[in-house]
Design a protein around this ligand. Sequence first.
Ligand code: SF4
Ligand code: SF4
Length: 556
Amino acid sequence: MSETNSNKTSVLIIGAGPAGLSAAITLKNQQPQTEICVIDKALDAGNHNLSGAALEADCLDILLNPVDKDWKNSEQAKNVLAYKIDKDNLLFVLGRTFAFNFSFTMKIFEALKMNMAQMSHLGDYIVSTSKLTKWLCLTANNLGVEVIHGFAAEDIIYDEKKNTATGVKLVDQGLNKEGRKLPNYVAGEIINADCIILAEGCDGLVTEKFIQKAGLTRQANQLYSVGVKEIIRVSDEQFKEFTPGRAVHALGYPLWTPVLGPAMFGGGVMYPVSQNHIAIGMIVGLDWKYCDFNPQDALTNFKNHRFVKKFIEGGTIVEAGAKMIPEGGYFSLPRYPQTSAIGKANVLILGDSAGFVNMLKIKGLHNAIKSGIAAGRAIAECQNNLNAAASKYTEMLNMLGVMEELKQAAKFRPAVAKLGPLFGIPLFTMLGNKLPRFKVEEDYKVMTGKKYKYKPSKDYDKDTFTAMAATEHREEQPSHLTIINRNICAQKCKPNYNSPCITFCPAGVYETVNEQVKPANPSNCLHCKTCQRKCPFDNIRWTAPEGGGGPRYKNM
Ligand code: SF4
Ligand code: SF4
């Protein structure tokens, strides 16, 4: 930010993840004189970035070749891109014992030019998003971009008369639990900017406020999933047997089974992280119907499957975390109706904040990075008229192929949401986008009183999970989680669904205290935002805590 006016910058980026940093790198490299400030709520680079990420690395060529032709030979690049996928296991898992590898069908789908061929991961890289983010942050810093960690944004300042945004308000620091000012109180600053990029990740707090204030709409409700993940240190023999180039994506048990059993969308993932470390995760669509379901129970079941167990048995969990993923795809992108821009005037929405994940590929990182490149290029072109930046950005997304890719997968996730995985996946395989566009409910509306039939015998150890995410917040601050109406909890939710937030929150934040459900342990929160989207009465609001709080991921 400028030294003479400490709260004004040219381009303000909210979120130092792959999308925001790619925008900063692209713009700074094209226009070194442009002042760019990136604000992030995490204490350090990559601390809030988690993904089960297979990366299509061509986006890094587009991003980094203009900066340094030799980038692939840098130590950071070699570290981040250490594992190229040469063994792509697409499994259909049937019960606790059987698993059928159907990756050979990708070749058939490819030959028949079917959309499902996108599910192949051969040639992609397995990356730790935290490490990738750290590297991109260093690259941005070296170009002269100011990246400030430990400051959370809570709102956008939007001028309705001019139809543009003028700045962003940061979270107040130094309040006690009751909201009273402590001696070290600092009011959240307003940072003014000529152009604002929202790259906060999934279900962004400022992004969603901007969407409302500026009148953006989605053609279809956004659908979410939650991913829970552990990194397990295994033996030399187990790692050797797994092999460093293997990625496993598993459908079926324990989320759904043909004919009988649960019917949830999602699956298990496994891939190498570093020498003798295997990541294992479970991703579940938030449109699950089972009121006692906890994604970590599904992870336990997956870990106990015969195929998986042999690679991790006896291993030690060294890191863990959770995040939400925006799955709705093309029809769920927030657009300004008059221009179809993903953003409006001088505000651009990037990465998971917009929802560029392609669920057919089970990947979104490449599109997040491309959205950053598109934003950087668009702002560089619109220096004399920044109110045209959002429309130019949307044009650039088209030019980089992001929109076409999402269009090809557009009807996949809505079909699965409407028809369930048993019918939705095969129907999309056969008919692709010839299917009708099914209307989908918001995730929280589909909860029922039904029970998940594969509950493990032992409760998942959420305390260890939270400790392995190294999450911390200053205890003496107002809770960043609010239950809007406690009567609903007692009178409607408890009798019908038995208070599911207590079960599904991966960090055990919610508890019954004196017969009332409360966010009793907000300092355990992993910022996944699942509770905000899955409480069956839409009765929870997540706001940003003081900057610097939250998980501290290193290899996720
Ligand atoms: Fe139910 Fe939501 Fe209340 Fe939790 S917060 S008890 S999920 S209504
Ligand atoms: Fe995720 Fe909500 Fe639990 Fe925090 S409280 S970890 S946002 S589900």
